[in-house]
Design a protein around this ligand. Structure first.
Ligand SMILES: NC(=O)NC(NC(N)=O)C(=O)[O-]
Ligand SMILES: [Zn+2]
Ligand SMILES: [Zn+2]
Length: 474
């Protein structure tokens, strides 16, 4: 219906001097018809083939494929007071994110069966401004139950997600490497990925020390000691046998392992590089908060910065950027993981007990751009990390690039406009004040967002109706 878009036409052109295509950034125009890209023409306004009617001219603003965020916790049903489909997808639209994949935990119940996936799909109905897909959960309860996993995957889960450490959510227990292998065998026949939170709890002397010394729970260095890089390393080592089975000829050939939110750019990253060069089917993401912030700047008691694995030191931050630029890190995701503000324990500022998770969904594009400017990142690199690679991970064919036939999903933004995220900045997250980006000055303002040809966000306004679609694997 026309309420799905802030534009009255279903057939129109978008013009800009900077359209991000797989062949590079070009001046030109994109024709949109029936929600798809009908054609892409290059050249300037003066050329005779240029359309004159129904043209939305964005001038020098960038027209990029909409962002595909593969790691978002929207918490609905069951914990809608934390976020929810409405507020979460409004924030996504305002941030240029046109597709997001919801994590199977933090909602209640967790998405670990066909039935709970159906609950999700139902809860999303009429409440999503962008397209939304779903990861299912791999947990001890379903890992050995092939038919349960098959019905979850057949109902459309794009893949499975599991934790190698406690998730913080009671009905989402952690898996060991045997569960993971079992899950991979089933995933192999569906050719879908397993996403893994790779931290393995190592109880050590220092763990005991930290437990006994609660005096410094407000200090960020205490949190860093409590969750060292050796946890990430140990988890990836533990995953080695499973990684081996994804190789050609392996028992889990056809399955793929995707390591979420890598924080350690040291040995953990090297282990992933080795697995890749040994032929494992593996990819890895990191998140803008690991690229934009470093441990040194986290103030005592400021639990808005608490996430797992933790934001590490400045040297590590720069190494993460280099790994991304060199292609060893494949893609980016937000890991938007909000809660109610009280769970962040703003009064106590206790880093050990506060909820772990960074709220960032609306800010990932300017956060990546602002932080990447010093590294000379290009618009095409942004599109690789935020659009193309994530689209491949979720097994979709018609998104992620500005190419004829694809969905007309675009983020239109001005790299030069600076703004400060403060109380006057309109943020659509349910709880804007728990974001670690509060107070941060960023450049790169999202002007407009199109989802399948619908102008769903423009200049601070959303379309009257939420017409995003659910993405189910077939
Ligand atoms: N239960 C969570 O949302 N956990 C998340 N928390 C973070 N990243 O701090 C995550 O993805 O691990
Ligand atoms: Zn995680
Ligand atoms: Zn997460």
């Amino acid at each position: 219906s026309s309420d799905c878009s802030l534009l009255p036409h279903s057939e129109f052109w978008i013009r800009s001097n900077r359209i991000v295509t797989p062949q590079g950034v070009i001046p030109g125009a994109v024709k949109i018809k029936g929600g798809r890209i009908a054609s892409v023409i290059s050249g300037d306004r003066k050329s005779s083939e240029f359309p004159r009617k129904h043209v939305v001219d964005y001038g020098d603003a960038v027209v990029m494929p909409g962002l595909v965020d593969v790691h978002v916790h929207l918490d609905e049903p069951g914990r809608t007071e934390w976020e929810g489909f409405l507020s979460g997808t409004k924030a996504a639209a305002a941030g240029g994110v046109t597709t997001l994949i919801d994590m199977p935990l933090n909602s209640y119940p967790s998405t670990v069966s066909e039935e709970t996936l159906r609950d999700k799909i139902k809860a999303a109905e009429g409440k999503i401004y962008v397209d939304v897909g779903f990861w299912g959960g791999l947990v001890p309860e379903n890992a050995f139950n092939e038919s349960a996993l098959k019905s979850l995957l057949s109902a459309g889960a794009l893949g499975l997600k599991s934790f190698m450490c406690p998730s913080g959510i009671n009905d989402f227990p952690m898996t060991n490497s045997t569960h993971i292998k079992e899950g991979l065998y089933t995933l192999a026949s569906y050719k879908r990925p397993l996403l893994v939170h790779t931290e393995l709890v190592i109880e050590s002397e220092s763990t005991d020390e930290i437990k006994n010394d609660i005096s410094d729970v407000r200090s960020y260095s205490t949190y860093l000691k409590a969750r060292p890089t050796s946890w990430e390393e140990a988890a990836i080592r533990e995953l080695q046998a499973a990684l081996d089975e994804t190789k050609r000829g392996g028992l889990a050939e056809g399955a793929h392992i995707h390591i979420v939110h890598l924080s350690d750019a040291g040995t953990s990253l090297n282990l992933i590089k080795d697995a890749k060069s040994n032929g494992a089917s593996v990819s890895v993401e990191t998140c803008p908060h690991y690229l934009a912030f470093s441990a040194e700047e986290v103030k005592d008691g400021d639990t808005r910065f608490k996430c797992a694995p933790p934001i590490r030191d400045e040297v590590n931050r720069q190494k993460l950027w280099n790994a991304l630029l060199e292609g060893h890190i494949d893609m980016l995701s937000s890991d938007h993981s909000p809660s109610i503000p009280e769970l962040k324990l703003p009064e106590e500022g206790d880093f050990l007990r506060a909820w772990g998770g960074i709220s960032s969904l609306q800010f990932v594009l300017p956060a990546t751009w602002s932080s990447g400017l010093k590294y000379g990142i290009t618009l095409n690199q942004l599109a690789t990390w935020w659009c193309e690679k994530p689209t491949k991970l979720i097994g979709q064919q018609n998104k992620g690039t500005i190419v004829s036939g694809n969905h007309a999903d675009f983020a239109v933004w001005d790299p030069n406009i600076e703004f400060t995220i403060d109380d006057s900045h309109v943020t659509f997250h349910k709880h804007p004040n728990i974001s670690a980006y509060m107070g941060k000055r960023l450049s790169g303002k999202v002007l407009a967002t199109f989802v399948r040809g619908n102008l769903v966000y423009s200049g601070g306004q959303h379309s009257p109706k939420a017409c995003g679609e659910t993405i189910l694997a077939k």
